[in-house]
Design a protein around this ligand. Structure first.
Ligand code: PGA
Length: 251
């Protein structure tokens, strides 16, 4: 069964003290019990975040991980290290990782496999740039991103994968895809899953939208039938805004 999920990607924001404070504020919020809530602080704060949220309904994601089990990869973090500090999910393929750190589809395929092998739940991000959309290539681009990184996986793996469609032109820009544009792409993605894995599998995968989601626009985006939640950047850094977005399914 696909779930409603709202995940906060904190990116490279918040010190240790601020991380504790934001989690404390989040724990005080009245959050829709039907929505799975995930936060992704920066890696150095994952351990304190899993401790602070222990026993609550908020779970913790990493923003990235390395594909190797261990070894001489200075500065990197493995799946088993994440598991060891209580992390349950990992965000992979975020457009900032692709743009600034050279992550491509084949590397991401390796990372996804390493995460799944270690029983981490994957939040897999993808989406087109503005120029792709202007040239009407956005469907082809999204299809190739999914096909190259994920479509070699067996159907069982999809129990542990959440998709996050994030058009690059909408990330951090204040410009959101319209609910219709989001629905159109999400329906396209769902159909790709139907064609590749069959209807049961396709209907069980949660497809999140990300890109300038705010309290003011969350409800109308989440009301679309193929939008199962959101990956939230900027607005996840404020507890009341994030809670309002989580509660966007109710309104
Ligand atoms: P934004 O970021 O909500 O600040 O646009 C979304 C994301 O990068 O996941």
């Amino acid at each position: 069964m696909k779930k409603h999920i709202v995940a906060g990607n904190w990116k490279m924001n918040k010190t240790a003290t601020e991380t504790d404070a934001l989690i404390e504020e989040l724990l005080e919020q009245d959050l829709d019990p039907n929505v799975e809530v995930i936060i992704a602080p920066t890696s150095i704060h994952l351990s304190q975040a899993t401790q602070a949220t222990n026993g609550s309904r908020i779970s913790v994601a990493a923003q990235n991980m390395h594909q190797a089990e261990s070894g001489a990869f200075t500065g990197e973090i493995s799946a088993s290290m994440l598991l060891g500090v209580g992390v349950q999910h990992v965000i992979l393929g975020h457009s900032e990782r692709r743009a600034y750190f050279g992550e491509n589809d084949s590397l991401l395929a390796e990372k996804v496999q390493a995460a799944l092998k270690n029983n981490l739940e994957v939040i897999f991000c993808f989406g087109e740039e503005l120029s792709d959309r202007q040239q009407n290539k956005h469907f082809d681009l999204v299809e190739s991103q999914l096909r190259n990184a994920l479509f070699d996986l067996p159907a069982e793996s999809w129990e542990h994968i959440v998709l996050a469609y994030e058009p690059v032109w909408a990330i951090g820009t204040g410009e959101t895809a319209s609910p219709e544009q989001a629905q159109e792409m999400h329906a396209f993605i769902r159909q790709l899953l139907v064609d590749q894995y069959g209807n049961d599998c396709a209907q069980s995968v949660s497809i999140l939208y990300g890109g300038s989601v705010k309290p003011a626009n969350a409800a109308e985006i989440f009301a679309k039938p193929d939008v199962d939640g959101g990956l939230i950047g900027g607005a996840s850094l404020n507890a009341t805004d994030f809670a309002a977005i989580v509660n966007g399914f109710k309104s």
